[in-house]
Design a protein around this ligand. Structure first.
Ligand code: ADP
Ligand code: MG
Length: 696
């Protein structure tokens, strides 16, 4: 897009606040804003007016259909298109869209994962308009962001609990801020999501059933070259990729998605796109849209976009850095202020965050647990499975100063001596980064780095928001009745106590080291290395009660989410195992038998004229042995998979997939990869790592 067009086209496919203001009568617009800001249910008359304006706008922008756009427990987005048409009976049509159609839809919930919730209630589900996220047009379809709930109101999606967690964190934050004399009208969580992905040639992608079915390669021997030359990170972007990135930017900008930074990542063919942060639910909606656009646009350039956490062994996997902060009327609460009072408030927010992460590290870990992410976490390219917080030298010094300091020099709010260096400017420009930390303070926000590239960040942010709300709640309860002249002293006392109680979660060292694993264990931090280890904490009494208390998930909803996630793990591995077996029988074994057969013919033909080819003969032998090893491993994997699939108990089934199926898959892969190293290239049935990772 030409630079002069960017500002004109930006947001042109979004029904923005400005569009609403322009097209709606003033009182209607005001009423709608009230609904959005205060979460009030919308009046049907208002909905009708909004629907009409939205439809007119959509028709002017070429839309013919509308859809409720939602995020079921698969984490990806769902849509069902309905045309605006209403036949008039005389061969003509009217284009209509009612308030009822805007506000509520009724998709059949039975074909979405529901973790058993549907069994207890009715199959019907409702999609309910989420007016916080604006409607937009995608492929001539007006998309209305919605929440997805069951007939009886249980959340069947990723968004509903996230919205609930935002309500509670706002409410509790306001109580805290009030104690500091601040009464903002809105407190919002802000999120910036850095998306990593791979781009390979579409032809290569189409030739690999494992990529098509599972999103990752299940076979492939180590390429001659990996990422060891460190030449890809920030390297010049290849022209086809650059053209792709430009189109992506144009598309995203039209959708008012503030895509800003793009660069090559560490692994060959790996790239990153980062937008400017936004209000959290919107940032997540926009991330999902971005992921969809990346996949679609790639095909315009003969490329395929891989969003899996680990498409290739031997090189880095992909994550999604979740930059999290909270702001009051636009003022970032994780930004140290210019005066002592603001700094005290900053330290309260910081302490609450540290306590929140420490107390609910298990849930945070569970929120990013998936079969895909298991390949990445703890693999010396991504944070370890132990959750710790990195503060950076300066802030760590402030925290340990607070923990160890007992004297308070002044009780006057205007001249508080925190016993530590003045905070302003101290770490605002601090650039020290610890890439090995899962949860790092980066100047004025925290960066949660455990989220997998294809995951929906809603789960992680829901846990974070609720956990922070809980600490805010505690602070407010403890301090609300403290006399004014005691406030500073008591607040400092509270901060110190909280930091002291939770200092075990703060770790400034190398998160990749073995010593850290040992030390973390001594500190009593959990180290849930795999998804089957991580998920069960979702249904401990403590965690069920916590989410229920803050109105984020009822017990039934939590149980359902656990069941859905646990089922998902086994289902994914079952698909991977099936894919491996099929690839072996349909592709690898036939190829190897062809190659060894041709070689055997050559050996025999040569023998007839008195030439002995020892090398070829040895090769025929090892190829034949390879075929045997591959076939028997495939049979074994298949048998074990049949057995694992039949296990009723969710936890036992997941454990079996981890303990039986994953090792059997690794065994099978190693035999195939051994053969790839010796098989003639023309015979090998799929593109190799060398082909896929290094293309021109
Ligand atoms: P990197 O981590 O790669 O150095 P940046 O520092 O540029 O990247 O920021 C990464 C992301 O953090 C961007 O999406 C940015 O908009 C976002 N970000 C910056 N400030 C905030 C904030 N207050 N709340 C949430 N996200 C933020
Ligand atoms: Mg980052």
């Amino acid at each position: 897009m030409a630079s002069d067009k960017v500002s004109a086209e930006y947001g042109s496919l979004v029904f923005t606040d400005a569009d609403m203001q322009e097209r709606l009568p003033k009182p209607t617009y005001k009423e709608l804003k009230r609904t959005i800001d205060e979460g009030e249910p919308i009046d049907l008359d208002i909905a009708n007016e909004v629907a009409h304006a939205m439809k007119e706008w959509a028709l002017e922008h070429g839309a013919t259909h509308f859809t409720h756009w939602f995020q079921p427990l698969t984490g990806i987005t769902s849509e069902k298109h309905d045309a605006f048409i209403s036949p008039r009976g005389d061969g003509t049509v009217l284009m209509t869209f009612s308030g009822k159609e805007l506000v509520q839809g009724e998709p059949d919930a039975s074909s979405f994962p529901n973790g058993g919730l549907r069994a207890t209630f009715e199959a019907r589900g409702y999609t309910v308009w989420d007016p916080i996220s604006p409607a937009f047009i995608k492929d001539e379809v007006l998309c209305i962001p919605t929440a997805f709930i069951s007939y009886t109101g249980e959340a069947l999606d990723k968004k509903t609990p996230l919205l609930r967690s935002e309500v509670v964190v706002e409410k509790q934050a306001k109580r805290v801020l009030k104690l500091f004399g601040n009464e903002p009208s809105r407190v919002l969580v802000t999120t910036g999501l850095e998306q990593e992905y791979f781009l390979i040639k579409e032809d290569d992608y189409q030739a690999r059933p494992d990529l098509i079915l599972c999103g990752r390669t299940l076979f492939g021997c180590e390429p001659a070259k990996g990422q060891e030359l460190e030449e890809h990170y920030f390297g010049a972007i290849r022209p086809s990729v650059n053209a792709f990135m430009k189109e992506v930017d144009d598309e995203l900008w039209k959708l008012a998605i503030p895509a800003r930074t793009k660069h090559n990542e560490v692994a060959p063919c790996q790239h990153e796109l980062a937008p400017v942060f936004e209000q959290s639910t919107r940032a997540i909606d926009n991330n999902l849209l971005t992921m969809e656009k990346l996949k679609l646009m790639a095909t315009h350039y003969g490329l395929a976009c891989l969003e899996h956490e680990k498409p290739f062994e031997y090189v880095n996997g992909s994550g999604k850095h979740d930059n999290w902060s909270i702001s009051a009327d636009g003022e970032n609460l994780l930004e140290p202020g210019d005066d002592p009072q603001e700094n005290l408030q900053f330290l309260v927010v910081l302490s609450c965050l540290i306590a929140a992460v420490d107390e609910h590290a298990d849930l945070l870990r569970a929120a990013v647990a998936s079969a895909g992410n298991d390949h990445r976490l703890g693999a010396n390219e991504a944070p370890p499975a132990v959750i710790s917080i990195f503060l950076g030298d300066d802030l760590a010094a402030v925290v340990s100063g607070l923990i160890n300091h007992t004297e308070i020099a002044s009780h006057d709010r205007e001249e508080i001596d925190l016993g530590v260096p003045q905070l302003p400017n101290l770490f605002r420009d601090s650039t020290d980064r610890n890439r090995t930390s899962p949860f790092a303070f980066t100047g004025n926000k925290f960066e949660f780095r455990m989220v997998g590239s294809q995951q929906n960040v809603s789960d992680a942010n829901m846990v974070l928001n609720a956990a922070v709300a809980e600490q805010f709640d505690r602070f407010a309860n403890d301090l609300e009745n403290v006399p004014e002249d005691e406030f500073v002293k008591q607040t400092l006392h509270w901060i110190r106590r909280t930091l002291r109680e939770h200092q075990r979660v703060v770790f400034e060292g190398n998160g990749y080291s073995d010593e850290w694993e040992r030390e973390a264990e001594e500190r009593g931090l959990q180290n849930n290395k795999t998804t089957p280890d991580a998920l069960p904490c979702m249904v401990t009494r403590k965690n069920i009660d916590f989410l229920d208390k803050y109105g984020v998930l009822t017990e039934a909803e939590t149980q359902a989410r656990y069941a859905a996630a646990a089922e998902q793990y086994a289902k994914l591995l079952n698909i991977e195992a099936n894919t491996m077996v099929a690839m072996v029988r349909n592709l690898y074994v036939p190829a190897l038998s062809q190659y060894s057969g041709d070689l055997a013919t050559s050996v025999a033909t040569k023998a007839e004229i008195g030439i002995v080819s020892a090398t070829e003969k040895d090769l025929v032998r090892s190829l034949t042995e390879g075929i045997e090893a591959i076939s028997s491993s495939a049979n074994e994997l298949e048998e074990k998979n049949v057995a694992a699939r039949q296990i009723e108990d969710l936890k036992q089934r997941d454990d079996a997939y981890r303990d039986e199926i994953l090792p059997a898959m690794a065994e099978l892969r190693s035999h195939v990869d051994d053969m790839e190293r010796v098989c003639g290239k023309d015979y090998w049935p799929v593109p190799s790592y060398n082909d896929m990772l290094f293309y021109v």
